[in-house]
Design a protein around this ligand. Sequence first.
Ligand code: F6R
Length: 624
Amino acid sequence: MCGITGYIGGNKTTEVLIDGLKRLEYRGYDSCGIAAVDSKNSLYLKRVSGRVDALEKLVREEPVKGSHVGVGHTRWATHGAPSEDNAHPHTDCTMQVVVVHNGIIENYLDLKDKLLAAGHKFKSETDTEVIAHIIEEKLKSLHVQEKAMRADMLEPVFFEAFRRAVADLRGSFALSAVWAKCPGMILAARLHSPLVVGLGKGENFIASDVSAFLKHTKRVVFLNDGELAAVRKDGIDFYTFQGKKLAKEPVTIQWDSTMAEKGGYKHFMLKEIHEQAGAVENTLRGRLLPLGGDALKAELGFTAEAMRGFSLVQFIACGTAYHACLVGRGLFENFGMNAYADFASEFTDRAKLLAGGALVVAVSQSGETADTLFAVSEARAAGAKVLAITNTVGSTLTREADYVLYTHCGPEIGVASTKAFLGQLAAIYLLAGHFAAARGHLDKTDARRYAEELLKIPRLIEETLEKEAEIAAIARGFSSSEHFLFISRHINFPIALEGALKIKEISYVHAEGYAAGEMKHGPIAIIYKGMPLLAVAPSSRVLALVAGNVEEAKARGADVVAIVDEASQKVVKASRYIVLPRTDELFTPLLSVIPLQLFAYYIALAKNCDIDKPRNLAKSVTVR
Ligand code: F6R
């Protein structure tokens, strides 16, 4: 899982590549590099073990002379440790062919054995390097008199060598290659890893994600699986892996590159926490009233009859998105509808058991999570219909799904997901409301009340965010704690899981989320005097039970912070409170997660952690 950039056109190659890599660092950041072809058609290659800032410094110290074409890469290691040798771009033996790659080449060991037997010398432990050597082999096999040919005459040869090389690869890849002898063209290919081409004026771009080049162009073409692109400065041709030419229309991206910048906040994560009211508002806009009406149905392609026809709803996702799914399961069950939620990575066999008429709801911010995509393909193979809930237009998930419901959160850059989670919840509340209305679980009056309550949430999120200073102070008091417990019940149990996940990923401390009722069945044994325990306890039908579980934990020494509203504060006995505005029990997850996000943020800040790019993580997990 890595980020790719490519540029061809003017004389700003290294700036465009490096700026793009900075925007793609969320995809991986353990090493990075760029390659460009200079004015004498020699290869310029710079790589570092570490972040793009270090690469930028190196490139400034030793700039390339007169380059119009190049590729770049930021890496999240899969094969081979994070090191300069394993950093991309990778080259062939002649140092003329250069490749960047995101994904995994499953048959690379077989390929490498053959290449070694043919005399190739390898410089890295990566699977990617085989691709550069295969292209070299294919170029040789085409028997071209390179010296006798002009660079542009070599383009069909390079294309054919690349196409044949791609045909030898198994696994998943977004890849891009440059041949120094033929610097008028970059080639790109995609199979199960995202790749998008940006169309400029006299210049064109390649990237794993549009944010890499949005400040240069918003006109883009998304590659589909099995497609190749030949990118020149004044035009792009698309082909199938078999070499058949394709006609592909560009689309215009609505995001603005400044939307992806920090806007005065210290971290993207904090900015994104503060954008959550907007994320919910944008996701709900125009889709809610009247529930059971036509707005959302027209968008999804669902009729009320189809909604009545599904026998069950099966949610699948990973990480934070999975926690949104658990809330979704609770909501659907609340309305008396059969619903299940599973980790996408644990879904494989269960997919085969899906009853006919199942609707699989796959939730993914990026729409590129490999586990989720694989689970979707299994579900489809089993005959289920798939609805994608995603934030990313044109992502692979949107192309794999039968129906798509976009969250409209804008780009999420912080690796720890916050506003995308709120957007996912909003989309799931929409869906549940529409299903419940269509299936007669909500009558007209209740449907209106549900919609009205949901429409109040953005304002209540803003009110909740006003507690930031209080939450920060509480968090600072716990900044040296090494263990945290989060408990809740029913529809807020997933929020306890999410609170623990947020602390783990950005502060690197141990945290567990538990169903409050489960504590007494074992986990209560780990409580020691002063252990921080955050109890999510808004007013609800399970409040008395949560309050009892808090008492049990306190009796064993836990130092309890309770997330309450004014009414539930009177019932739960804690040493500190974070008081939320009141909403109907069903909607409380949309508010109760916010103090936990802020709590995690301020713990990580006190610990001086790299909040937007936590160690060992990447924003988009495109390997299984
Ligand atoms: C946690 C986090 C991850 C993602 C997970 C799924 O803060 O961001 O757990 O939620 O990797 O990613 P998407 O939603 O892109 O499928």
